[in-house]
Design a binder for this molecule. Structure first.
Ligand code: TYD
Length: 212
């Protein structure tokens, strides 16, 4: 008799979010290492980007001036491609996906920051990713004044978002916190104004408690 190979359970989808300068990116590798240490495969990726086309869209989004709605639509266009080519296949295989930003960022930046109607995003979200939501979102929270100082201290060319004023980043921050209040089970707020070691410990505890 033909015995079907036992299929691996679907992987977990974990996203990292926060305003520019909150320091999330430097913790993603550590989170991926923790999961790999449990014998699981991890796909580490980012938005906008994560596919060849998505990375081209990212270069435009970060450096070309454009209409605010064009910006929002391109974020979702890059996401569609990312889901189709990277995120869904990985989750289906049983791999974990750790993604630097996802749709919460569109609500925070394009609605909170830019002021676009978030009702339109709910429609786009349903169109682009149906019922798929991250299993866990780690939201790095930091006052925008501290984040702006961290960005200013970096000796590199800044992108269109990093160049926005502190008020823009504060609106983004508040929109993120609103999302966290509306989905407290999924979105865990991490106080990013503490020593990196303390943040690493918090992330590990949260991942173990929620997903591992
Ligand atoms: P970021 O993760 O900050 O890249 P890096 O760590 O290399 O600076 O992401 C790039 C920017 O894209 C960031 O400023 C937020 C913005 N962004 C949006 O405005 N909307 C979105 O939906 C996404 C995914 C990102």
């Amino acid at each position: 008799m033909n015995q079907a190979k036992p299929s691996r359970p679907r992987g977990k989808f974990v996203t990292f979010e926060g305003i520019d300068g909150a320091g999330k990116s430097s913790h993603i590798a550590g989170a991926a290492a923790l999961v790999r240490g449990r014998g699981l495969n991890v796909v580490s990726t980012r938005e906008p980007g994560g596919t060849p086309l998505g990375e081209k869209l990212r270069a435009l989004l970060l450096h070309e001036a454009m209409h605010l709605e064009t910006e929002a639509l391109l974020m979702f266009a890059a996401r569609r491609e990312h889901l189709e080519r990277v995120i869904e296949p990985a989750l289906e295989r049983g791999d974990w996906v750790i993604c630097d930003r996802f749709s919460d960022a569109t609500y925070a930046y394009q609605s909170g920051g830019r002021g676009l109607d978030r009702g339109k995003f709910a429609q786009l979200e349903r169109w682009v990713h149906g019922h798929l939501q991250p299993d866990l979102t780690l939201l790095f929270d930091l006052p925008s004044s501290i984040a702006s100082r961290r960005i200013a201290a970096q000796a590199r060319e800044l992108d269109r978002f990093e160049l926005e004023r502190a008020e823009f980043h504060e609106r983004v921050r508040l929109a993120y916190l609103d999302r966290a209040a509306a989905a407290p089970q999924r979105i865990r707020v991490i106080d990013a104004d503490q020593a990196p070691e303390a943040i690493t410990t918090l992330i590990q505890e949260t991942l173990i408690r929620h997903c591992l």
